[in-house]
Design a protein around this ligand. Structure first.
Ligand code: BDR
Ligand code: CA
Length: 313
């Protein structure tokens, strides 16, 4: 199994990504680290614990609170998209505290303990990852591969026309991460998520019909986002974060990818968080692999099979 940490702003598809880390036999999830993003910080922590509980692993995986706001800016949330992030599930169902160790310290420690072997799946703003790289100059080299959900590579952002949410929220952190020397794989919002990782009515009905506790959990937590997506003309739920985790564990789902130099805009008037992806004609060294196409049917089958599993206590 692949040793990994998931760094998350836990709401909706972040929860599904946690299920991937918790339930896929290919995954050895060593910790969950929390970063400020989608919904309130305490709510995100609770959402992560609720997800562990749904997977029958409430006691099994450490959850660490990391940075509570971006490096240089006030927090931006996405409550308008995700609601509370779990479709109103009760906080009481997951009664456990987070670890005392800060998320950034946990990332640095685990990467050093498993140097060259630990992968990190970063599915929120990159504040914790940038902070870990600043704290330990060896962090970037110790991490085997950093999978990043973020960016939108042709001007179809989801929070502004130019930017995808995770890069928009903490552009300075994102810029620092691409300059830090990590082995990076990027899973962008557009075109990848919007064209390959939207579960439409038939897919959602197929999951609901499974009738398992995990399928019910999935349907419930995706409810608010589905409503939002429909209001903006997307007929289904979006799964960028779980796709990112799945691609680490199952690289065979990747159909096409390219080497790019990725840099992130921090100061543009209308382009905050824009990810510039240079494809080789500008004299810039590639610093990331950008996933350009995936096996969409294979990904849906993969998640459906995961949600069909009984929860083992
Ligand atoms: C990203 O933004 C968040 O709302 C989702 O959790 C995902 O990580 C997509 O832009
Ligand atoms: Ca996320």
């Amino acid at each position: 199994p692949v040793p990994l940490v998931i760094d998350t702003d836990t709401a909706q598809d972040d929860c599904v990504a946690l299920l991937v880390g918790l339930l896929d036999p290919e995954a050895d999830l060593r910790a969950v680290t929390m970063v400020a993003g989608n919904v309130g910080f305490e709510r995100q922590l609770r959402n992560a614990l609720l997800t562990l509980n749904a997977a029958g692993r409430l006691g099994g995986v450490p959850v660490h609170a990391g940075c509570r706001r971006p490096l240089m800016r006030p927090r931006v949330g996405a409550e308008n998209v995700h609601g509370d992030g779990v479709g109103g599930l009760s906080m009481d169902d997951a009664d456990r505290a987070a670890e005392d160790e800060h998320g950034v310290d946990a990332l640095v420690r685990l990467a050093a303990e498993h140097a060259g072997e630990l992968s990190v799946v970063a599915i929120g703003p990159l504040t914790n990852i940038a902070s870990a790289a600043l704290k330990d100059p060896a962090f970037a080299a110790n991490v085997k591969t950093l999978y990043i959900m973020g960016g939108s590579n042709n001007g179809r952002g989801n929070i502004t026309p130019a930017a995808e949410f995770n890069f928009y929220v903490d552009p300075e952190a994102a810029k620092a991460v691409f300059a830090a020397g990590f082995e990076i794989v990027v899973v962008p919002w557009h075109p990848l998520t919007l064209e390959r990782a939207v579960f439409g009515p038939a897919a959602l009905a197929g999951i609901a019909e499974l009738g398992t506790p995990l399928a019910r959990f999935f349907t419930r937590i995706c409810g608010p986002t589905l409503e939002f997506d429909r209001s903006v003309g997307i007929d289904g739920t979006t799964h960028p974060d779980s796709l990112t985790a799945a691609l680490l564990l199952h690289p065979e789902l990747v159909r096409a990818s390219g080497r790019y130099n990725v840099d992130v805009e921090t100061s543009g008037e209308i382009t905050r968080g824009y990810a510039a992806m240079s494809w080789g004609v500008h004299g810039l060294e590639p610093n990331a692999t950008v996933v350009e196409d995936v096996d969409a049917g294979g990904f849906l089958d993969y998640l459906t099979n995961l949600l069909a599993r009984p929860v083992e206590p």
